[in-house]
Design a protein around this ligand. Structure first.
Ligand SMILES: Nc1ncnc2c1ncn2[C@@H]1O[C@H](COP(=O)(O)OP(=O)(O)O)[C@@H](O)[C@H]1O
Ligand SMILES: [Mg+2]
Length: 214
């Protein structure tokens, strides 16, 4: 369902992804583990249509997205991808509800009833009218996951999602991601430098200097 074939990416002379090939199937929960600077975020951004490879194919849901123009990439991203980041990237001066509503407003979707369902499933509905800045890190990440889920993506891309949380909150976020993978059948691709975090996935792929290692 997601297939990378001989993907290379450079920034100037810096080779960040080096002839990288990778396959994973629909419904999988996969970790990509590697040290800082190994190309993890670049890889995730390419799969999520935020960035383009210089060489190689990126096939997602049978579509060769490396051939897409900007408009097609934006559409693809809106339809299929949810992103979760290390530092949550919420709007601090908006409420929990408003943060989760934003993707619907941008896409002109009228599925407001889904917001309550998703906030409840993430045990954050009691904070619905709190501002993002009033929440703990773990709560903010749950809101960010709710925002990623609101448009029913097939794939969630999580870039160091526990990287700024204490271990307790981190475990909670990982168990939520597992649960989403199981119950909502969302494919999850989690990137981390931490073996303990990577271990919560069904499969771990290691990356170093832009290449897959064993
Ligand atoms: N937009 C960019 N412009 C220039 N260099 C970049 C850019 N993004 C990433 N890099 C470089 O690519 C390499 C890999 O970065 P990244 O994919 O963020 O690694 P990781 O997420 O594994 O820490 C690093 O050397 C980084 O400095
Ligand atoms: Mg990174």
């Amino acid at each position: 369902m997601i297939k990378l074939e001989n993907v290379s990416k450079k920034y100037g002379k810096n080779v960040v992804l080096d002839d990288l090939s990778l396959n994973f199937s629909s419904g999988e929960f996969l970790s990509i583990m590697g040290p800082s600077g190994s190309g993890k975020s670049t890889l995730l951004n390419i799969i999520g249509a935020m960035d383009k490879p210089d060489l190689g194919k990126v096939i997602v849901n049978n579509e060769e997205i490396n051939r897409f123009n900007e408009e097609e990439l934006t559409l693809f991203r809106k339809k299929h991808i949810g992103f979760v980041f290390q530092f949550f990237n919420l709007f601090n001066n908006l409420t929990v509800y408003e943060n989760v509503q934003i993707p619907l407003l941008i896409s002109g979707l009228k599925e407001q009833n889904r917001i309550d369902e998703i906030l409840t499933s993430l045990h954050i509905s009691d904070k619905k009218f709190s501002y993002a800045s009033q929440l703990s890190g773990g709560e903010q990440q749950r809101v960010a996951i709710a925002r990623a889920l609101i448009k029913n993506p097939d794939i969630i891309l999580a870039d160091e999602p526990t990287g700024s949380l204490d271990s307790e909150a981190g475990k909670n976020i990982l168990s939520i991601l597992k649960d989403i993978n199981k119950t909502r059948k969302v494919t999850i691709l989690l990137v981390t430098h931490d073996i303990n975090v990577a271990s919560s996935a069904e499969r771990i792929i290691k990356i170093k200097d832009g290449r897959i290692t064993d």
